[in-house]
Design a protein around this ligand. Structure first.
Ligand code: ADP
Length: 493
């Protein structure tokens, strides 16, 4: 069979522009797909974040025109190559040359519907301009969700798309791209597509529904989450629709790009280490403590948190537990950015306990690596978690994760107390302080037994969560929707 021709479209791609895990996935899955022999092109908006850095991005094509609603919009396409993968950047400065990707800490940008409807449309026009004939366009999250709609309802007769199929991956169902009805008119989406069976969602226009309804298959980023989103508890109002599509629903766990996240080669950390020189992890801890201005002994457990500051992440559970955690002689380093209410909450806590809690509000990739390397434990008390990447990064850095048993966290972490042989972290069930503290105390009592802790640390560092297996699963799903192979949906029981 010929090479699979894949276009992957994402609103953020590491290292060019990132707010969270989507960027890591969109930056690393294509490299793994390339390794499996796919012809892969990646598209993203040309944000200020990418323009400011030196990635060797060059103009590829000027004056491409795309239509959004009744408007013809002119844009340029930029390009760079990284590890033999082609990355294409849609340039439109009035949409993407901004301080942030989606909005500020208090509100989303008011023109997000237009920014991402344009993005979807511009990607399709770029593919036409390049005369590329993709087998599959792999869309990710609501920002790309109008692509399946356009292919199904507007561009079905365009030659290059004659044999093109779509996969829509949900990285987080809670962000749906919901907009006022007027926006539908502005985007040229007529009344026939504003019904409960189409794009209407409680009186609003839903981009997410477009991805779920009009793509050939839907996937999400862990098996656990693919089952959870079929229930009212996690379905965010779309569980009914997802159940209709359950035969085409797949759960493929994200992988880790170990070229970026491995303490043996990580250029961001004080000292490189692996299982053979674990002692050097202590140098990273010392460095982090001094950076965070925490005057703690090296023996005291250091707990790390790196997260988008959103309701989802259980920040309130950490905040509620913090006094007790400190009471056990532990210290915390927290890095995060997001909702203003959490900015304030965490800043206040760090002011109240300056000797024990260091908080940095902001996005800081270098510090994120230092936290992974310098901490003993990593906290992820998420209310829901489609996959979660930091728990897997933590394992590689010998930083033991304490996680809520939900979504991808439940899939990737096995509780050490219950299963010492397989255990790679500590898990709790309910999203509340008591359950969380229970897991924390179990971790702490293991930590106090130095030999046992070191054995656990060495074991988890050797675990492999690389992309290889998951990338293979993606190629099988691509082939299934192209009807050249058949993989059963994970939701057929
Ligand atoms: P989500 O995608 O829900 O934000 P994930 O755990 O899947 O959560 O991925 C988060 C990714 O973003 C990780 O690579 C993490 O290190 C990174 N990250 C999150 N917040 C920050 C921050 N404030 N500074 C630097 N990196 C961050």
């Amino acid at each position: 069979m010929e090479k699979l021709k894949i276009v992957l479209v994402s609103s953020e791609v590491a290292p060019f522009a990132k707010t969270g895990g989507l960027a890591d996935v969109a930056g690393s899955l294509p490299l793994a797909l390339k390794g499996l022999g796919c012809d892969i092109k990646v598209f993203l908006p040309y944000y200020r974040q990418a323009k400011k850095q030196d990635f060797g991005i060059k103009l590829f094509k000027k004056n491409i025109i795309t239509k959004v609603g009744s408007e013809d919009i002119n844009f340029s396409l930029y390009h760079c190559e990284k590890e033999n993968v082609d990355f294409y950047f849609i340039e439109k400065d009035d949409y993407y040359d901004r301080d942030f990707l989606y909005g500020t800490s208090t509100s989303d940008y008011p023109d997000n519907a237009m920014r991402f409807a344009f993005f979807a449309s511009a990607v399709l026009s770029s593919i036409v301009a390049m005369n590329f004939k993709p087998d599959v366009i792999h869309c990710n999250d609501w920002q790309t969700a109008l692509i399946p709609f356009d292919l199904r309802n507007r561009l079905q007769n365009v030659k290059v798309f004659k044999n093109t199929h779509t996969l829509f991956t949900i990285h987080n169902l809670a962000y749906q791209g919901l907009f006022a009805r007027d926006v539908a008119y502005q985007l040229g989406i007529g009344d026939e597509f504003f019904t409960p069976d189409t794009l209407e969602f409680y009186g609003k226009l839903s981009f997410m529904k477009s991805g779920i309804l009009y793509s050939d298959a839907v996937s999400t980023v862990s098996r656990g989450y693919s089952h959870e989103i079929l229930t009212p508890e996690f379905g965010c109002g779309l569980d009914g629709l997802l159940n209709i599509r359950r035969n085409d629903l797949y759960g493929i766990v994200n992988g880790v790009n170990y070229s970026d996240w491995d303490p043996k080669i990580d250029k961001n950390i004080k000292a490189n280490y692996d299982e053979t020189n674990l002692g050097d992890k202590a140098k990273c801890k010392k460095d982090l403590l001094s950076l965070a201005k925490l005057k703690s002994s090296l023996e005291a457990p250091l707990l790390g948190v790196i997260t988008r500051l959103a309701e989802q992440k259980g920040i309130d559970i950490i905040a509620d537990s913090i006094e007790e955690i400190i009471g056990f002689g532990c210290n915390l380093v927290i890095l995060g950015m997001g909702d203003e209410k959490y900015h304030n909450l965490l800043t206040e806590l760090s002011k109240k306990y300056p000797k024990n809690i260091a908080v940095k509000i902001g996005f800081d990739n270098v510090l994120a690596h230092k936290i992974e390397a310098g901490c003993d434990m990593f906290l992820m008390p998420s209310r829901f978690e489609p996959c979660g990447l930091n728990q897997m990064y933590s394992l590689k850095y010998g930083t033991i994760p304490i996680v809520r048993a939900v979504g991808g966290l439940d899939d990737t972490i096995t509780d050490y107390t219950q299963n010492k042989r397989e255990g790679n972290g500590f898990k709790f069930n309910q999203a509340n302080k008591d359950d969380f503290m229970n897991a924390f105390k179990r971790a702490l009592s293991t930590y106090k037994n130095k030999k046992e802790w070191e054995k656990l640390v060495l074991k988890v560092m050797g675990l492999d969560f690389s992309w290889e297996q998951s990338a293979k699963e993606y190629t099988r799903v691509y082939k299934t929707i192209m009807k050249v192979e058949k993989v059963e949906s994970c939701c057929i029981s």
